[in-house]
Structure formats: structure tokens, C-alpha cells
Write a protein that binds this ligand. Structure first.
Ligand code: FEO
Length: 141
């Protein structure tokens, strides 16, 4: 399993969104570390839960921004967020063979999904926020 790091190519240009994305990748890294050293479910479980909770909070923030600017892509973008959360929850429920196996699947899925989603949808959203706000940083919800 490859180590995953946030990288400059993932920067979307909105500070709050970029901060969230960096925090999510740091949590993925912590989850990776917990799995790599073979920590038990008592260590892996809380990191995974924090990651899922932070992801949900981050999605709510982006959706708040989308509503604020009347974003035309709101429905499609929100549907992607909802799909990710649903799939992560289903993955957690299906994996009954231990926390590390479960976390590995969620880690791989979330990493791939986040990278693709940021490049395709979040960059588009951030450029629309800049276009509407004239580059003025919006208050964080
Ligand atoms: Fe950064 Fe649309 O999630």
C-alpha cells in the first residue's frame, strides 16, 4: 500500500477547502501508519472514525459554499458527496474481518476517490467561488 500525501497539484485555490483537503490527507496518513505498524482495532478504529467524521464536515462546508453562490453544479456535486459517504458506510458494514482489513479498504477507496473528486469537481467549484466572490475569501461556515 503506497503512502499518500497531499501535493500541490491538488490545490484548488480556496483556503478553507485546501486546509480541509490537507487535513484529510494527514488523517489518511495517520490511518496508514496505524495499519502499517499493525496496531489493533483500538488504535485504528478512532482514526478511521475521525476521518469519516471530518469528511462529512468538509462536505457540509463545500455544500454551504455552493448554496451561498447559487452554484449550478450543486446537485451533481452533492450527489457525489452523498455517494461517497454511503459507500464508505457500506464498506464499513460489509467488512467484518477486523479493523485493519476494513480500514485498508476504506483507506484505498477514500484516497482514490478524494484525489479524483478534488481534481474533477472541487477545482471547478473553487474557480466558481473565485469568479463569484472576486477572489475574496468567504467566511468559513
Ligand atoms: Fe472536497 Fe467536494 O469534496
Amino acid at each position: 500500500m503506497a503512502v499518500v500525501r497531499w501535493s500541490e497539484d491538488l490545490r484548488v485555490g480556496n483556503r478553507a477547502i485546501d486546509d480541509d483537503h490537507q487535513a484529510l490527507f494527514e488523517m489518511l496518513d495517520r490511518l496508514h501508519d496505524a495499519m502499517r505498524v499493525g496496531q489493533g482495532s483500538s488504535a485504528v478504529g478512532p482514526v478511521l472514525q475521525e476521518l469519516v467524521r471530518y469528511t462529512e464536515m468538509h462536505f457540509r462546508r463545500e455544500e454551504h459554499y455552493m448554496r451561498q453562490i447559487g452554484y449550478a453544479g450543486y446537485a451533481a456535486h452533492k450527489a457525489e458527496h452523498d455517494r461517497l459517504i454511503r459507500e464508505v458506510r457500506e464498506l464499513q458494514a460489509r467488512c467484518t474481518s477486523g479493523a485493519v482489513t476494513m480500514s485498508l479498504k476504506v483507506h484505498t477507496f477514500l484516497t482514490d476517490w478524494l484525489r479524483n473528486h478534488i481534481m474533477a469537481m472541487d477545482k471547478q467549484l473553487a474557480s466558481e467561488i473565485v469568479a463569484v466572490s472576486g477572489g475574496v475569501e468567504r467566511a468559513r461556515p
